[in-house]
Design a binder for this molecule. Structure first.
Ligand SMILES: NC(=O)C1=CN([C@@H]2O[C@H](COP(=O)(O)OP(=O)(O)OC[C@H]3O[C@@H](n4cnc5c(N)ncnc54)[C@H](OP(=O)(O)O)[C@@H]3O)[C@@H](O)[C@H]2O)C=CC1
Length: 408
């Protein structure tokens, strides 16, 4: 009813015929037809806060750079399409460990607030953590699709302040209503890996629920955060999934729906794959040597696609600077694409893409029981450094979650 009223009033205002979906998108993105005001008063719910608790870094390095503070500045809504979320749970991804080490700093600084960078001379203090499940405290003036008190989930892009914090700011187009069937701890395990798999398989790979039935999908790194989500997504869309993982993860990936499992530690994976028919799609969450030989297991000249998540883009910019790094990246992707095209297959890179709309689609799959969260371990807020160490140790079996609401 709430949404419908808004839709009707906005429709009448614009005089244009929008579909419900596109209108909802429009509202999400803050493309309001009503003249936007750029700032708003903070409501009573947020008024009592000036500082908050957070885990921050003030320099890059190993785990001892992580610092707990009670004095992090309370976040402010800068744009009318933003919301402030009270974080109940966050989760960690390999990018958090990498960012702690300084990975991607040059490229990410290009996207960070130039005024803040200028005033402090650097990007610190930085809060890590990309996933959030929590409750909206405050909405910018152009946010009509959400209201204070809504339970939402999101993955915040890495150039913004992260979620291992009491509160976080997100754009309206980055958030989505949390599936009611999930607790905050469960919900926080899905957005970043879900949106990454969605970007790789749907937006880049072109797979969807209408064309996936019977397609043969090969997933490397199937036991990790992205892999456990990707298996379930492909099964939900009717694909046939071959999962490559360690032997001890075999039960987990089978339970998630994998049809065939290949243990990469017990012998040559290529030899094992030769026993199986060729594939229509490969999702490579491992990279390195796998990229060299695995595309040979795709069907030729049939639109089959290899998509990797392990790309040198941010490293190139860190190493070579913005201009040369981007040039080098362009040359690399161009050369590889052409080389593979000559062999009759598509070669692509994929990146995490923040999107509330895609999260809405993922929420539907969760609500219908087709996708389940895979939470390996939950750490309390005081145990954040331990959680980072766990992630650094590798061997993920799903996701590492931080209980932010319980400050013990
Ligand atoms: N481009 C982008 O925007 C994004 C890139 N990524 C990248 O994608 C990769 C996967 O991310 P994520 O799933 O979150 O990472 P995780 O750490 O959650 O999972 C990685 C998994 O791969 C397994 N693994 C390691 N080596 C191999 C191998 N040779 N063959 C098969 N499985 C292997 C690990 O288990 P075990 O070692 O026990 O086998 C682990 O389960 C990471 O490199 C990450 O940086 C992720 C998100 C976004």
């Amino acid at each position: 009813m709430y949404l419908k009223m808004h839709l009707l009033s906005r429709r009448a205002y614009s005089g244009l015929l929008f579909s419900q979906g596109s209108m909802a998108t429009c509202l999400r993105r803050g493309k309001s037809l009503i003249k936007p005001r750029l700032c708003r008063n903070i409501s009573l719910s947020c008024q009592r806060y000036t500082v908050m608790t957070s885990w921050i870094i003030e320099r890059y390095g190993r785990n001892d750079v992580l610092r707990f503070t009670n004095n992090m500045m309370f976040p402010v809504i800068h744009f009318p399409n933003e919301v402030i979320i009270k974080v109940h749970a966050a989760s960690l991804n390999p990018i958090d460990v990498n960012m702690r080490n300084g990975y991607g700093a040059a490229a990410l600084n290009m996207k960070r607030d130039p005024l803040k960078l200028k005033s402090t001379g650097n990007e610190f203090p930085l809060t890590l953590g990309r996933d959030v499940s929590g409750v909206i405290m405050e909405c910018g003036l152009n946010v009509s699709y959400f209201k204070p008190g809504d339970e939402v989930w999101a993955a915040i892009p890495p150039w913004k302040q992260g979620t291992i914090s009491e509160f976080v700011v997100a754009s309206g187009n980055e958030i989505s209503h949390k599936p009611k069937c999930l607790s905050h701890m469960e919900a926080a395990s899905l957005p970043y890996v879900g949106l990454t798999a969605w970007s790789a398989m749907n937006q880049i790979g072109g797979l969807n629920q209408d064309n996936c039935s019977g397609k043969r999908i090969l997933i490397f790194g199937a036991s990790g955060g992205v892999g456990t989500f990707a298996i379930q997504l492909m099964k939900a869309w009717g694909g046939h999934v071959t999962a490559v993982c360690s032997q001890d993860a075999s039960t987990l990936v089978k339970k998630l729906g994998a049809d065939d499992v290949i243990d990469y530690k017990s012998g040559d994976v290529a030899e094992q794959l030769k026993m199986l028919p060729l594939f229509d799609f490969i999702l490579d969450n491992v990279g390195g040597p796998t990229e060299k030989w695995s595309p040979d297991f795709l069907k030729k000249w049939s639109g089959a696609t290899y998509v990797t998540l392990v790309t040198p883009f941010l490293l190139n910019v860190d190493r070579l600077g913005v201009a040369d790094g981007m040039l080098q990246t362009g040359v690399t992707i161009g050369t590889k694409t052409v080389k593979h095209l000559c062999k009759g297959i598509h070669y692509r890179w994929a990146f995490f893409t923040p999107s509330g709309q895609s999260l809405d689609e993922i929420a539907k799959l969760v609500e219908s029981g087709k996708i389940h969260p895979v939470v390996e371990q939950v750490f309390s807020f005081s145990e954040v450094p331990k959680a980072f160490l766990k992630l650094e140790g590798g061997r993920a079996r799903g996701k590492t979650v931080i209980n932010v609401i319980n400050k013990k």
